[in-house]
Design a protein. Structure first.
Length: 165
């Protein structure tokens, strides 16, 4: 697969992942652009991997973590993540989804990454551990802490997809 084909097929998903991690659509686009520029230079090696998408997603997560570490980038992002309008969504579903994402954005960055990768991207613990470069136990601990905090923020909140682990 050429780099251009990869970007056409997976570019939107990368921006979506970055948007969920950053909470800001414009910062997400910048983040993905930076990552794709780096991936392009290394595409001869990256494109030959069994799962180049996981490698590029790890680059997105790592670039976001690096950005958070820089003291210069401590601006406050938009609290709400707006999904594009879908005709069949009713107002109550949209309001609830927005409320949940506002709560997710109150989580620490690592917990937020675990929640996004587990419940939005539907990755298993092993894949998440590989992306975040930590153990599977750490993934489970971070997920538990995140869900506990979400439960405290909204007592009627239930785990989105049941207890998968």
């Amino acid at each position: 697969m050429t780099f251009e084909e990869y970007v056409l097929v997976r570019g939107v998903a990368l921006v979506r992942l970055a948007r969920l991690l950053t909470g800001d659509e414009h910062r997400a686009e910048d983040l993905v652009q930076e990552v794709l520029a780096k991936a392009y230079v290394r595409w001869g090696r990256v494109g030959t991997l069994d799962r180049p998408d996981l490698y590029v997603r790890r680059m997105v997560v790592n670039a976001h973590r690096s950005w958070l570490r820089r003291l210069v980038n401590r601006e406050i992002t938009v609290a709400a993540v707006r999904d594009s309008a879908i005709g069949r969504d009713c107002a109550a579903e949209s309001a609830e989804r927005d409320e949940v994402w506002r709560m997710v954005h109150q989580l620490p960055p690592r917990q937020r990454a675990v929640i996004v990768l587990r419940y939005y991207e539907d990755y298993d613990d092993a894949t998440i551990a590989g992306l975040l470069q930590c153990s599977q136990g750490t993934v489970r601990t971070q997920a538990k802490r995140a869900l506990d905090k979400l439960q405290r923020l909204r007592p009627e909140f239930h785990e989105p997809m049941g207890d998968r682990r």
